[in-house]
Design a protein around this ligand. Sequence first.
Ligand code: URA
Ligand code: ZN
Length: 385
Amino acid sequence: METPLVVDIHTHVYPPSYMDMLRARRTVPYVHDPPSGALPRLIILSSDDDQSIPLDQRGRPVDTSYSDINVKLAFMRQHGINSSVISLANPWLDFLAPEEAQIWAQRINDDLEGTCARVNSAADPEKRLGLHEKETLFAMGALPLSAPSADIIVGEIHRLKTLPHIRGVIMGTSGLGKGLDDRRLDLVWAALQETGLILFLHPHYGLPDEAFGGPDATNRYGHVLPLALGFPLETTIAVTRMLLSGVFDRFSRLKILLAHSGGTLPFLAGRIESCILHERKFLANGGNVPGPQRSVWDILRTNIYLDAVVYGKAGLEAAVQASGGADRLLFGTDHPFFPPLDDKEGEDWPSVTTNYKAINASFAGDADSISAVLGGNAVRILDLK
Ligand code: URA
Ligand code: ZN
């Protein structure tokens, strides 16, 4: 049997222009170049910028794998990945001043489109996505969410639709500053629904430090608490607020891909649904607000797609159960985050092999499902041709 096509739909870049912009900043998010010549430091999480830690040790080291597309192509080759859908990494363009947002969104999106076009034109078009001989790229665009008017965001969504390699948009959980249940986002949801671009919802802000015992506890355990727990809960809260506010009632054809297998949504869907039924009507501002019309299960099986970046069989099986089968689950790596600790030349990344193993273990003996999750679903859902 032919080896299945492998598509990585969760893989990030910081284009060189974005890195330069972060280098010019002194507040989060920023990049610091240690005078010692050691690797630059990426200081993007608010907990990273602890003044009691020397600047040269804050955040995390950032090497060329974040910005050099050839390093990503080599990573793909090493891990048997045929095609990647690249996206700007967090915190995207969230922090930009309103007057800068549009120009940066266009610059980053044109850069992503140009990179995909260049790489794909070097690949043999006859063999692309067929015989697995050359790596190909597609991309998710970034949105100018801090722009002074929602029309600018909507305009960029329509422009993205005209770029041949863009298949969706990546977005954090803050929206226009008030979360994703903000009615002002309806224009954005409408534009995404109309263009058919998928919304890739990805965490960045985590939970407040107090949820983990304050800065002392957070520092004691490095990034474990914010990344292992803060990120998935942030995604869960954001998508649940969308559900509760009826976004999927109003935009029943909106497609949304949730990072990290939906955070904890597959596991908590039953509890969320039960709480909604028991509340039935929400009391808000002294009035009765009707709850969402559609059930969480319906939305999970109609609007929501989940990546398979969950590093274990139990989480993956919850995702399969919640989404009603294998056809809404898509392989991803989260590259270049989570590199091997000892970085031996040529060593496979445990963060990638763990996900491969979980997929193989969850669908043992079911070659069709394995091949769907590894790449077939991405090709179909994102129209990768
Ligand atoms: N850490 C991040 O900041 N972003 C990711 O996507 C993964 C890990
Ligand atoms: Zn990610």
